[in-house]
Ligand binder design. Structure first.
Ligand code: NI
Ligand code: MN
Length: 226
């Protein structure tokens, strides 16, 4: 699998010849101003919850790419009302076998509403599993004992977890989460975008080293092999 970071919690997973785009939020992100929206490709767009910092470019990028949106029922219905035709609704605890592997929708300890304040269902995360590996993206979440269950139920190789604190876990909680997930490699997301979530990246990396774990913080626009 390959992982391309676009800032905040927006990234692509390249696997089995498909491109999965997660939580599209590029055009409003000043840190991602060098990323061209027009250059973004996707076969699938996976959306964890309805907050604008996860959904801002979803409709535009679905129109541009023709990708299938994968999200909970409420988010898929919201996209359909804006003319998005290709959607695959799921809900927490459910799995579906796509042409790139299996997606399991997991729970997240957060809130979820659309930019107009209306109900967006429960916030979620995703586990992507195929013979290239198993990747977990938690979405915006607090540290949760559910993660110990995921660690038992799935053989997770890499986890993308929020580390910015204030709205989600901080990096110390993310290291604790990685213990519960039985996964020692974490990609940090949801940090530095706004003042509330600015972090000391070197301190975060060092903390992971002290816990005998790895924190990957790819640059915006960088692709890494995972
Ligand atoms: Ni959120
Ligand atoms: Mn967020």
């Amino acid at each position: 699998m390959k992982f391309t970071y676009f800032g905040h919690s927006c990234f692509q997973l390249h696997t089995q010849g498909k491109i999965l785009l997660f939580d599209p939020f590029i055009s409003p992100n000043p840190l991602a101003s060098a990323v061209s929206l027009q250059g973004i490709q996707a076969d699938y767009i996976l959306i964890s919850h309805g907050h604008s910092d996860h959904i801002a470019d979803a409709v535009a990028l679905q129109r541009q790419t023709g990708a299938t949106a994968v999200a909970n029922w409420e988010i898929c219905s919201w996209l359909e009302r804006q003319g998005v035709e290709r959607t695959h609704p799921m809900n927490t605890g459910g799995k579906w076998k796509f042409d790139f592997g299996t997606v399991a929708m997991t729970s997240a300890l957060h809130s979820s509403s659309f930019p107009d304040g209306s109900y967006a269902g429960n916030p979620s995360g995703f586990i992507i599993a195929n013979d290239e590996g198993t990747f977990y993206y938690s979405g915006d979440t607090a540290l949760s004992s559910e993660m110990a269950l995921l660690g038992k139920r799935f053989d997770i190789n890499v986890a993308a977890l929020p580390i910015g604190d204030n709205f989600t876990m901080d990096y110390q909680d993310a290291a604790y989460a990685s213990e519960m997930l039985q996964c020692n490699t974490v990609i940090g997301t949801h940090y530095d975008t706004f003042g509330y979530i600015e972090i000391d990246k070197e301190a975060a990396r060092q903390y992971f080293v002290s816990q005998k774990k790895t924190l990957l913080l790819p640059a915006i626009g960088e692709t890494i092999e995972i």
